[in-house]
Structure formats: C-alpha cells, structure tokens
Design a binder for this molecule. Sequence first.
Ligand code: 5GP
Length: 357
Amino acid sequence: MKIEITPKLDFNNVLIKPQRTTISSRNEVCLQRIFTFQNSSSSWKGVPIMAANMDTTGTFEVLKILSKFKILTCLNKFYNLKDFKSFIKGFKLNEEIGDILKYTVVSTGISEKNYENLCEIMDNIPFLKWICIDVANGYMYKMVEFCKKIRKRYPKAIIIAGNVASGEMTQELIINGGVDIVKVGIGPGSACLTRMKTGVGVPQLSAIIDCADSAHGCGGFIVGDGGITCPGDMAKAFGGGADFVMCGGIFSGHDENPGEIIEEKDSSNKIKKYKLFYGMSSELAMKKHYGSMANYRSSEGRVIKVPYRGSLEETVNDYLGGLRSTCAYVNAKKIKHLPKCTTFILVSQQINTHLVK
Ligand code: 5GP
C-alpha cells in the first residue's frame, strides 16, 4: 500500500485570482479555438465544450441547439444508422446538415457489437469526423487495443477516448492508442456513484491539471468530463488546462432534453417542475438498454429529478457569458490563453450563502 500526501483539488477548493486587465468588454473575448490534432492531422474550429454522451443529453435535439453555438454533442451510443438517416432526412440543404454534423460526435463502447454499429454509421454518413470511445474504466488493456483498431480503420477521425484520471494512462492512450483527446474524470459526475460504490476516483481539478500536462507533453489534448455545477467550475476546468469540457447534468432538464416534465407539490404545496436525468450505469439505464442489470455488478449511477429549466439556449448563454467574464477578469483575450492567465487560490469558502434558504 502507498499513500500520496500532496493535496488533490476539486473545483470548490479554489478560486481564480483576478489580474490587471486590458479587456474592457466581455465581447472582446473569443471563446472559439482552432485545433490541429497530431494523430489524425485533422483540424476543427469551435467552442470547446461538449454535451455528454448520455441518454438525456447526447441526443439529436440537443445537437440541433448546441451546433448553433459551435458546441459539440457526443451522441449516446445507442443510436444506429437508421436513427442517423431519419435525423438527416429532416434537413433539405446539404450545407445545413453538413454544418450540424461538424459538431456531431459518434459514441461507442468497446464490444464487437458496438464496433459494428460505429462502422456502419461512419461508413454511411458523410461529413462525420468525430468518434468518442467511452468506457467507465479507461485503464483496461482492451481499451488501448480498441483505440488502435479504430485509429487504423479511420486514420483521419478525431478520436476522443476515456475515462482516465492520471497522466501515465493519458499518455498511453495518445502515444499507443492513437487518440487525439483523452477524456478525463473518474467519479466526478453528477449522476455518478462510482466513488461511493468503489472508493475509486481523483478530485477533478487535479485530474485535469495532471492529465493536461501529460497530454500536452506528447502533443495530445484532454477533455475534462464531469463535475461542472456552475459557470465558475467550467472556467476553473479551462484554467486548469482542459482543452475541452464535457457536461451532462448542466445540460439536462430543458425543453430539448428527452422525457416528460414531472410536476410535484413541494412541502409548502407549491407545484414544482422536474425532468429526469440518469447515469448511464444506473439501474434505469441498464434496464432500458439491456433489459436488466447483470447481477455481478452494482449500479454506479443515480436517477435524479432535476428542476425543469426551460430552454437550453438560455443555459448555454449563461455559461458562455460566465466564461467571457472570467477571461476578462484575468486578461485572457482568447479561451486558449486561460491557463497561462490563471492563478488558483486555495479557499475554505467560495460563496456567501447566509441569505439563501
Ligand atoms: P456531469 O456533467 O453530469 O457532472 O458529468 C457527466 C459525466 O458523468 C458523463 O460524461 C460521464 O463521464 C459520467 N457518467 C454518466 N453516467 C454515469 C454513471 O452512471 N456512472 C458514472 N460513474 N459516471 C457517469
């Protein structure tokens, strides 16, 4: 047994120190980034945020909204070729759908069945460029082998793969797996029960700092996946070196998310509206997709009623506005510059809540 005694940080352990700034208005800040990926030699320009490939957020409806903001949507891995074809049919102009598909990420697990589904989609839908290889435990040997197989078959695809939470495995996926962007996060998700059920995890801000450093050292990139609860957390993830940030919970609960609005009376008899958001390892997701939950595993995901939040566009604008403001506070004219402009300060309290019920 070993113990690591250097403190590891989560978003709520720090604040970002303000700096002298020449930015006088938030609209001087550019939130788009241009990437050229080393392993695929492909390029992409957009706002480096992704919707998580969960049932409730990785959907065509969410994609339609987020693509307007040049934000990526990682579709859930249960869509098949037929689903893609019927989505595309709804668009008249090739140009319009081509633009949407630029922000579309096709997700897959690492089983043979997942592989066949992925290839069928990638081989039949033009314009698709992004693949997300997603397993709960990215440390498996089988994962690296699967990434190599995908890289060989799709040399130009921009490949995201994970999840991991340490530098050495980040480098393994980039150098040996041929991955462009490593997905970082073990246990920080809002619908995640991994830490409780297994005791495994790494505080997300430290995981980002560690993995970003390792990825950048070998020409790769990372996406910080999970744990974003407010625009400030997203700014901290970018400030810590995340090239992209992936979000589930904060993009749930809107008109565009699947599922009915649930109405319930609260303790003072007021009607409250909710929508359902659930982890992909929750019993609900397992039953939905596989008919039952295998008895050798326990549920590592929650089912949550999240407050209904109206239109997704409003939430996105709130987050982008927050990010622009962070950039202005630390004199970062581009989101790309946030890490070099960021100094984190350790805090014991982030916000004053004494008047909040
Ligand atoms: P959030 O933005 O909601 O905090 O985190 C989203 C991330 O949580 C997803 O991208 C995914 O990595 C992770 N996640 C989704 N469902 C589950 C689950 O059932 N169990 C665990 N451990 N993580 C999950």
